[in-house]
Write a protein that binds this ligand. Sequence first.
Ligand code: ADP
Length: 473
Amino acid sequence: MQELLRRITALAATPAERQTRARELARVLGGDDLVVMLRDSEIGAFLPAPGFRQTLSDATRWRQLTAECIARGEAFADGMGLGVDDPRRPVYAIGCSDDSIVAIIGATGRPHAADELIQLLPLLTRVLQGERAVDHATARERVARQSAAYAERLVSAFNQSRVQLEAALAAAEESRRIVAEANVQLQDQAMEMEVQSEELQSQAEQLQAMNVELEKARDEAAAASKAKSEFLATMSHELRTPLNAIAGHVQLIELGIYGAVTDEQRAALDRIDRSQRHLLGLINDILNLARIEAGRVEYHITAVSVNDLLSDIAPMIEPQIHARALQYRVVIPSPEIAVRADREKLQQILLNLLSNAAKFTPPEGSIEVWCGTHNDRPHLAFIRVTDTGIGIAEDKLASIFEPFVQVNSGHTRPAEGTGLGLAISRDLAVGMGGELRVRSTVGKGSSFTLSLPLATRDAEDERNSTVMQSRAD
Ligand code: ADP
């Protein structure tokens, strides 16, 4: 009995060694292994106690054995279906109660210590049930702990989501506020724009009215300008007649037709003659300009060889060049260059440019004429008159093409020009489809560039002249 108690206690103490101890006890009892079945309080069925042999291969057979054992206090069966190594070996179940059963495998009859075992069984049962309860509690605690951790994770995730949601809500609120503000601003702007639009509308109406008035004024100005040009043309014509008469009479007096002429009288006649010629030149220029402006100039356009024309002009300016001891050079890399122009008017422009160059270049300076084609505008030829004269101040460059402007008048004698030459030259150049430009540096010299359409071979072949009417602006 003492031995049994010791073994049972040892069985309960260390679950890991139970299998070995159970076998030892089984051998003491006359079998070779031991099964302890405990009723599980949660599911109500008998299950093998942890650490003992697990024999539930056929639950039905075990249930039958258990039922029989509970009914009679003990039961005897062969091992068939009970998970025993050798199914022919018997199984002896004893100590049956509502809570536990001990089955001895391999016992061929009732074990000799069966009664003591039956008495001690409640003790074992309590220990094992307690152990199972602890296991359950541990498992429950583990599950509870897991659930708590899970819940904690859920709470943390929930909190995170809540924080994110709050942030999103705050952002949405901020966006709503910004949109509301923008909306207010937009409304303000819309109102402002409406006001501006009304203002613009009224300004547009005013502009239209002004436009109408301006058009009227422009028409009136054009009519007045035409009338002025016509008046000038007529007046110039009327003035030339008496001036020519004056010249004739001066000549007659000089020739002594009206009696002998003293030296003083001759000097006075000379001055009269010079003044008459200056006045006549001025009137001719005015007439010229007035005609151009009134659109009464005809251009007989032909292909003009620049080389030929410059050769023709050379003797005309030779006296001026010679008088001031100037150097004169013509550079034409392609002598065959021809321009489409009215020969007479082109000659007039070149003579004006050359005589200006001679006029405004100090003695022993030089004048050069270059001719070529523009790189960037290949349909245009240029004739450039460059001098090493006094030059023109930058701020005066634009005005020299205006009628009656003489920027260097301080350096030249008043009788040396009318201030109309460049105005006429530029108008003629434009009238022939070209342009006249200037570059100049004070003290170094000036360069006037006349550009005219290049005469192509086809144009030359036409051998006819085109008559163009100058623009009446
Ligand atoms: P004019 O020579 O009869 O005075 P232009 O219209 O031909 O009239 O020239 C206007 C002015 O432009 C001249 O009075 C002169 O001041 C300036 N000018 C023209 N050509 C030159 C030049 N080659 N060098 C310096 N100044 C010039």
